[in-house]
Design a protein around this ligand. Structure first.
Ligand SMILES: [Zn+2]
Length: 130
């Protein structure tokens, strides 16, 4: 029995349908589980990872994703830990009027953190109603 990877459009539709029914999902693992269950109704070999379902969920309009973070000793990430895009530095001035990096943000998904890197811990998904 092989594993089949569902295409993004299909996953997007399933994520949307799932979110419409649930309204809110508290972790990407939970989201993947729900999406997987729906996908298996279509093809029992369909498989999806939590990371992929999160990335596809990001592409849906009206989807609000909240990132719960925790302090980390790791240095700042090169890529956005949420969507994998490039991060932009946010500059500020210190007391001596020198330009310093105070944090960074992602233009794509809005993830941001201050210079003390906060690692994403938990993703919360919410479908906004128009
Ligand atoms: Zn991002």
């Amino acid at each position: 029995m092989g594993v089949r990877i569902p295409n993004s459009e299909l996953v997007k539709r399933v994520v949307f349908y799932t979110m419409k029914r649930r309204g809110m999902v508290h972790t990407q693992e939970e989201l993947a589980e729900l999406v997987q269950k729906e996908l298996k109704k279509l093809n029992k070999n369909f498989s999806i990872t939590p990371q992929r379902s999160r990335k596809i969920a990001l592409q849906i309009n009206n989807m609000e994703i909240t990132v719960k973070t925790k302090k980390s000793k790791k240095s700042r990430p090169k890529k956005c830990p949420v969507c994998g895009n490039k991060l932009k530095s946010i500059y500020g001035k210190n007391l001596l009027d020198k330009r310093i990096t105070v944090g960074f943000r992602c233009k794509i998904c809005g993830y941001h953190a201050n210079e003390k890197f906060f690692a994403p811990m938990k993703y919360e998904f919410k479908l906004l109603k128009r």
